[in-house]
Design a protein around this ligand. Structure first.
Ligand code: ZN
Ligand code: ZN
Length: 90
């Protein structure tokens, strides 16, 4: 008997500013905890050092780089030093 494990399906479930479970979202529609709902994500940079554009999809927020195309929300936050723990599940 094998149990199916599903990876990579999880949405962003941590406040990008502190890693807590989000209970609300900020002006940018990014899930955050109550403490950080008024905090906005500053301009983030891509691995190629270009700026990332914040976009929204039905799966949640993500970023687009002019050079690299779409960059996942978690990856962009990781590149910019935000403390998402679930980044390890990517
Ligand atoms: Zn927070
Ligand atoms: Zn890039």
């Amino acid at each position: 008997m094998f149990r199916k494990k599903i990876y990579g399906q999880s949405k962003t479930e941590e406040c990008p500013f502190c890693g807590k479970i989000p209970t609300t979202s900020n002006e940018q529609k990014i899930p955050t905890c109550q403490d950080h709902k008024d905090v906005l994500l500053e301009d983030l940079k891509c691995a190629c050092n270009d700026w990332l554009d914040l976009k929204e999809s039905k799966y949640g927020p993500f970023f687009v780089c002019m050079n690299c195309g779409p960059v996942s929300f978690k990856k962009a936050l990781d590149l910019n030093g935000y403390p998402l723990k679930s980044i390890l599940d990517l």
